[in-house]
Design a protein around this ligand. Structure first.
Ligand code: ATP
Ligand code: MG
Length: 356
């Protein structure tokens, strides 16, 4: 693909904060953005040159998007695959492509794919009834984590089970959807690698982030991660194998569990810019949003040299009260423009410089 000319139009499927930050970076590189998503008055829709408010599978809306845009990308991994298929049938260029979505939308396919690339995962069982769940729990002393195969995010669609818990009730709680039961991993920590692959096949990875979750939601990322250099190097290698095997174009985030002995297990992948990469725009010469736009535009990827040690903290719900810009020395705030600060909703984040 020839590099996308300045002034070209980039379509974004998805209208949340990731689309907003992608759109701002696209604008900084001289592109215009068209956002398509289901929400009125959305964070991304409000900064776009043009907003198409429609469901992802609305054929007329997709046709409009394809006519208006030179390349189309996404900020939401659960965009239905048929929507991407319709766009490609209309001769639109869509990056990342169908394969990245198919694999990353289904926890079973994702784990199979990862294992096929030589990247181990937690042991898991396929669940499609209370009976299959009971049988799997028998092998695990009744302990494990039940996750829907599709549509989970921020810990939604998950139930943690302890010995004696009722399988039927747990399966009901996740809506009796196709699921997996995973072993609980006694991890030493969690780490993610955010990396990009461009239309030319060039791959560049940011420094791995050490991640801490609260209630299944990312709370804080610390960079550099406090894991041995060798563990971090292996994580970047594994993530690079995965992005190559997916033929992914754009940014991909790969989340790992780090074991006591330095072993790595893939937790999950996101075929998009990621919360655990929110420190990159402030800390690196090129941030994840710019990098994604460069990758899908066929531009050379930017240098990811990190200029400072950082800690990124999410602002959930009313955490943003009183956040109008900086919060303490060396702290940089990003707000997503969501008007309704519901409890637990991601409203913004703060990147704090750690070294003087
Ligand atoms: P998100 O999309 O926000 O990353 P998600 O809903 O897809 O979240 P997961 O990444 O599967 O959820 O899980 C969220 C967190 O729950 C993990 O980062 C980890 O802290 C914990 N967790 C998930 N699976 C396991 C497991 N098998 N063993 C131990 N902890 C787990
Ligand atoms: Mg996760």
């Amino acid at each position: 693909m020839r590099p996308l000319p300045i002034g070209s139009r980039i379509g974004i499927l998805g209208d949340g904060q990731l689309g907003r930050m992608l759109g701002c970076s696209a604008a900084m590189l001289g592109f215009d953005v068209v956002v398509m998503g289901p929400n009125e008055d959305s964070p991304a829709g409000r900064i776009a040159a043009h907003n198409i408010c429609a469901e992802y599978t609305d054929k007329d809306a997709l046709a409009e998007l394809s006519v208006r845009c030179d390349v189309i990308t996404l900020e939401f991994e659960n965009v239905p695959v048929p929507a991407v298929q319709m766009l490609t049938d209309m001769d639109a260029k869509v990056h990342p492509g169908k394969k990245s979505l198919e694999v990353c939308q289904d926890r079973h396919l994702e784990k199979q794919f990862s294992q096929g690339c030589g990247v181990e995962t937690a042991r898991y069982w396929l669940i499609d009834s209370a009976d299959t769940l009971n049988a799997a729990l028998d092998e695990l002393d009744g302990r494990g984590i039940l996750k829907t195969r599709r549509d989970g995010y921020d810990g939604h669609g998950q139930v943690r089970l302890s010995t004696g818990d009722d399988a039927g009730a747990a399966y009901e709680k996740i809506g009796e959807a196709p699921a997996i039961l995973e072993t609980m991993i006694p991890f030493a920590g969690e780490m993610s690698v955010v990396l990009a692959r461009s239309t030319t096949g060039e791959i560049v990875a940011f420094d791995p982030a050490e991640n801490h979750h609260k209630n299944g939601i990312l709370h804080r990322s610390i960079v550099p991660a406090r894991f041995p250099a060798d563990v971090q190097r292996r994580a970047v290698e594994a993530a690079s194998r995965l992005i190559e095997a997916l033929g992914h174009i754009g940014v991909l985030a790969v989340e790992f569990f780090v074991l006591e002995d330095g072993g790595l297990l893939l937790n999950e992948m996101a075929p998009r810019v990621h919360n655990s990469g929110h420190w990159t725009p402030e800390a690196c010469l090129t941030g994840q949003f710019e990098q994604h736009i460069r990758a899908i535009a066929g531009w050379p990827l930017g240098p990811v040299t990190r200029l400072m040690d950082v800690e990124m903290t999410n602002l959930l719900g009313d955490d943003i009260d009183g956040h109008f810009g900086l919060r303490g020395p060396g702290a940089m705030t990003t707000l997503y423009g969501k008007r309704d600060a519901r409890p637990g909703r991601k409203m913004g984040h703060v990147v704090k410089r750690l070294n003087p």
